[in-house]
Write a protein that binds this ligand. Structure first.
Ligand code: HEM
Length: 417
């Protein structure tokens, strides 16, 4: 399969000093049991989302059921090691998203006296529409890798908002990986695999599991509900609406030059803002239905704008309560700005005081956070009636790389600047 022994591969990974090409050849190829059948069978082939393309998958892709998100601190000190890390992640991502095991011999086909190259927990689970989406945070553009001049003007630090309760251990990171799949174990296996491959070059800073997609980009699919019981994602752009995505989500050639930044390499990419938002569900559950609907600006059952019957009925945003979430977040209130929301519900045990630590892991992709997330969140933090029930406990922003062409690697557009 490849000329690299697993012993050599992992010894080299341990030292953190392997040239990218060498490690990349050691990653990826054993078929996951059943994956070849899946690729040819009717149910299986539709479970593979292509990895290569103009844009990374996992943004306009129909939202999968489960999320494992991880932010990494890069511990490598040279640009070569950063490049090798991203090459290895690319090779692994190609295999994982196709439903294959990683490494020589995969989970059980290698030498019996060596640890298996693939940890094995996703064997038989197929690709399950796994996508891996990778980006670079503001901190990657310091002086460690000679990238300061390539920092896009749009990749600003997210300002502090009133009532933020951000925990540094749940915020920021040099790199992010968003793994989404229709099986939770497939998403977890993917992040675990990238973490293992990163040994000596990057370490997980924080991670978040999510379930029960809290948005949709497929208008024909039923809109999912968040933990307040309301439909979430109704007004999201459709993943197939290329005109809106070009205008609001994908960075266009020339965007950053015009702003005087170094981000010409970002054309085809997108900016991701993540917020871990704790929802005080116990307080919400004691609030009347009428009050809940006034706070959101939509009905609970149908998700219709107040005063209307149907979820997708056209409405005049000025008829909604002034402090309602939908009125304040609506494009008409925000100079036409839209985001593609792709969040997930989370429940992380309890806070030790008898309350669930539950909420929304908000993920929003946009062409420029300075005209989308930042002004919208500034307005919400000031006036949104929903804020009373929320606490933002984590935050991060990343320049999500443009898509990877065949034979290329994640972030190549940046690292070849
Ligand atoms: C836990 C926190 C949040 C909850 C429970 C929540 C819930 C909702 C709900 C129920 C809707 C109406 C249905 C829909 O169109 O999706 C909505 C819409 C929206 N939300 Fe949120 N949201 C939260 C946080 C945020 C944040 C932090 C932002 C951005 C800063 C945001 C931006 C939007 C936008 C842009 C819309 C669409 C408005 C429209 O065009 O009608 N939301 N949200």
């Amino acid at each position: 399969m490849t000329g690299v022994s697993r012993r050599g591969l992992f010894a080299a990974l341990g030292s953190g000093a392997v040239a990218g090409g060498l490690v990349a050849t050691g990653v990826a190829t054993a078929e996951r049991s059943g994956a070849s059948a899946a690729a040819s069978g009717s149910s299986g082939s539709s479970r593979v989302v292509p990895f290569h393309g103009e844009h990374q998958a996992g943004i306009a892709t129909d939202v999968q059921a489960n999320l494992h998100f991880a932010a990494f601190d890069v511990t490598a000190t040279s640009r070569e090691d950063l490049v090798s890390l991203l090459q290895d992640w690319t090779a692994a991502a190609v295999a994982l998203t196709a439903g294959r095991e990683v490494g020589d011999g995969g989970a059980s086909g290698g030498a019996p006296l060596a640890p298996p190259s693939d940890t094995g927990e996703a064997v038989d689970l197929h690709a399950n529409r796994l996508t891996l989406t990778v980006g670079a945070g503001p901190s990657l553009f310091d002086d460690r890798f000679g990238l300061a001049a390539a920092r896009p003007a749009a990749l600003v630090d997210i300002p502090a908002f009133p009532a933020d309760a951000l925990v540094p251990e749940r915020s920021d990171g040099d790199l992010c990986v968003q793994a989404c799949a229709d099986d939770p174990q497939v998403a977890v296996h993917a992040v675990r695999t990238l973490t293992r491959l990163a040994a000596g070059r990057a370490a997980v800073r924080w991670a978040q599991l999510g379930y029960g997609r809290a948005a949709t980009v497929d208008p024909s699919a039923p809109t999912p509900r968040n933990l307040f019981g309301f439909k979430d994602g109704t007004a999201n752009p459709a993943g197939s609406d290329t005109a809106t995505l070009d205008a609001q989500v994908w960075v266009q050639p020339g965007d950053d030059d015009a702003a005087g930044g170094g981000g010409a390499w970002m054309a085809g990419g997108s900016y991701l803002v993540a917020r871990r938002i704790r929802m005080h569900i116990e307080t919400w559950d004691r609030t009347s239905l009428q009050e809940q609907e006034q706070v959101i600006g939509r009905t609970k059952a149908a998700g219709a704008p107040l005063g209307h019957a149907g979820e997708h009925d056209a409405f005049d945003v000025r008829t909604l309560p002034a402090s309602s979430h939908v009125r304040l977040a609506h494009p008409e209130t925000n100079g036409g700005a839209q985001m593609l929301r792709r969040g997930y519900n989370f429940t992380d045990g309890t806070d030790g005081l008898g309350h669930l630590d539950a909420g929304l892991f908000f993920l929003a992709y946009q062409r420029d956070p300075r005209t989308a997330f930042i002004p919208v969140q500034a307005a919400l933090a000031r006036q949104d009636a929903l804020s009373e029930y929320l606490e933002h406990t984590g935050s991060g922003v990343w320049a999500v790389f443009p898509g990877v062409p065949d034979g290329g690697y994640l972030g190549q557009q940046l690292l070849s600047t």
